[in-house]
Design a protein around this ligand. Structure first.
Ligand code: HEM
Length: 141
C-alpha cells in the first residue's frame, strides 16, 4: 500500500487517536539529517504504510517465488476491480492446487478481525470492507 497513508485508516472507522498510535508503532526512515545521514523515527498519521519487505527479492522468497503486488490502485487497475478483488478474497479453497495446501488459511475458522459492531468476521464481511477501503483510496490518490 505504498500510496496509502495511515490517516486513510480513518475511512474505515479508526479514530484520529487510534491512527496516531498505529502510525507510532512503526519505525519510518527519514532524513537526511544535518550530518547527511538517514535515521528512523516513529511514524505519524501522514506517513505511508511501510512495505513489509525491503526488496522484491525478499518478498518473493517469503511468498513461494511470487512478488505480492502493491494494492494502492488495484481496484482501478483491474476490470470491474471491486468485484474482482472481492471474488479473489472469497474464492480461496483447499485441495484444488496440485495436492498442496498453499492456499489454506489457518485464521479462517476464528476470523482475523474483531468488529466493534454486531457483524461477524466472516470472509464475506472482511472482503467487503477491504474492497471498499481500497476503492475509497482511488479518489484520494
Ligand atoms: C487484505 C489483504 C490482501 C488483499 C486485499 C490482497 C489482494 C491481492 C490481489 C488483488 C492480488 C492480485 C493482484 C493482481 O491482480 O495483479 C494479490 C496477489 C498476491 N498476494 Fe495478496 N492480498 C492480501 C494479502 C496478502 C498477504 C497477507 C500475502 C502474503 C502473505 C499476499 C500475497 C500475495 C502474492 C504473493 C500475490 C501474487 C500472486 C502471484 O503473482 O501469483 N497477499 N493479492
Amino acid at each position: 500500500m505504498n500510496r496509502v497513508a495511515f490517516r486513510n485508516l480513518q475511512d474505515v472507522g479508526f479514530s484520529e487517536e487510534d491512527v496516531k498510535q498505529i502510525a507510532a508503532s512503526y519505525q519510518v526512515k527519514d532524513g537526511p539529517n544535518d550530518l547527511g545521514e538517514m535515521f528512523y523515527r516513529p511514524g505519524i498519521s501522514s506517513d505511508y504504510f511501510i512495505a513489509p519487505f525491503s526488496t522484491k527479492e525478499a518478498a518473493a522468497v517469503s511468498n513461494n517465488g511470487a512478488v505480492p503486488p502493491d494494492l494502492s490502485l488495484i481496484v482501478k487497475a483491474r476490470h470491474d476491480g471491486a468485484n474482482y478483488v472481492y471474488s479473489l478474497l472469497t474464492g480461496y479453497q483447499n485441495g484444488e492446487h496440485d495436492g498442496n495446501d498453499l492456499y489454506f488459511n489457518p485464521y479462517f475458522p476464528t476470523g482475523m478481525v474483531e468488529y466493534d459492531d454486531a457483524r461477524h468476521a466472516t470472509v464475506e464481511n472482511m472482503a467487503y470492507d477491504v474492497v471498499n477501503f481500497c476503492n475509497g483510496q482511488q479518489s484520494q490518490n
